[in-house]
Design a protein around this ligand. Structure first.
Ligand SMILES: Nc1ncnc2c1ncn2[C@@H]1O[C@H](COP(=O)(O)OP(=O)(O)O)[C@@H](O)[C@H]1O
Ligand SMILES: [Mg+2]
Length: 259
């Protein structure tokens, strides 16, 4: 068996243009494959969209990449390092932050303290200007005026953006968003997406799981469609929407990408 250093040396001899490389990744629950022999890359600076029917394995993929669940097999390579052997806190330190489908906050803490938890985490956190980092991110998401409100009292929209703000105060290189617009109004969804576009324009690589096709196809440079844990299609939005397997498994009818 190869040591971690040998594995990392192997990688350094390969193509390193991808920030995240998923190789032959599987996750089984008993005999059921939630993610099966999955291969894909996420390139630095892109917005990579993921969609597929309920139960397709999208959230499980996020759970395995961030090690909330151990993989059954395969590799997760981030920024040239094998990370699937690391615990979630180490993966966060290395530069991956995620949000959850159901808002997950420290309910009894204030908005400010929630965001501060992110700032305390991560590589080089001791050198960070935590107060400014928290302020900058809360302002960006329109939460600064609510900084002393207890998280439990926030609206769904505020809860969702606080989760993203907290993820960003860890200063990640890759931001993974699990259905960020679920439950939000059209206006809220459009606004939150415009914020993600801004974050991306400033250099953040984003992976986003999204059911809303208008949202996903508009924001993503490339999209992957999962079905029963398997990648059935990957590519630019117009190509993916034209794919017969995608129409059959997910879209139901042909979806026109809106300009
Ligand atoms: N912790 C778990 N234990 C057992 N089965 C799970 C667990 N998490 C997810 N699953 C199953 O794995 C499959 C994929 O689920 P999930 O990743 O949540 O799908 P998606 O996010 O695409 O809707 C589903 O059949 C789900 O019931
Ligand atoms: Mg899910």
């Amino acid at each position: 068996m190869k040591t971690q250093q040998e594995e990392n040396e192997d990688i350094s001899n390969q193509d390193t243009s991808a920030l995240l490389k998923i190789e032959d990744l599987s996750k089984y629950f008993g005999g059921m494959a939630a993610v099966k022999n999955l291969d894909f890359h996420v390139f630095t600076g892109e917005i990579y969209g993921i969609a597929g029917p309920n139960g397709a394995g999208k959230t499980t993929l996020f759970n395995v990449v961030t090690k909330f669940l151990p993989p059954s097999g395969g590799k997760v390579i981030f920024n040239g390092q094998h990370i699937h052997k690391h615990p979630p806190n180490k993966i966060c330190e290395l530069g991956i932050a995620r949000t959850f489908q159901i808002p997950t906050l420290f309910e009894s803490l204030t908005v400010y303290k929630n965001a501060l938890v992110g700032a305390i985490y991560g590589k080089g956190s001791e050198k960070r200007d935590k107060e400014n980092l928290v302020k900058k991110n809360l302002e960006f998401f329109g939460l600064w005026e609510k900084k002393d409100v207890i998280a439990d009292e926030l609206s769904l929209y505020e809860r969702k953006v606080l989760m993203v703000a907290t993820a960003l105060t860890t200063e990640p290189r890759l931001l993974m968003l699990d259905e960020p617009t679920a439950g939000l109004s059209k206006k809220e969804s459009e606004y939150i997406m415009s914020l993600f576009k801004k974050i991306n324009a400033e250099g953040m690589t984003i992976m986003i799981i999204e059911h809303n096709m208008d949202v996903l196809m508009n924001i993503s440079e490339r999209v992957m469609i999962l079905d029963h844990g398997v990648k059935i299609c990957e590519g630019i939005p117009s190509k993916v929407c034209d794919d017969k397997r995608v129409i059959k498994a997910y879209l139901g009818e042909r979806y026109e990408v809106k300009k």
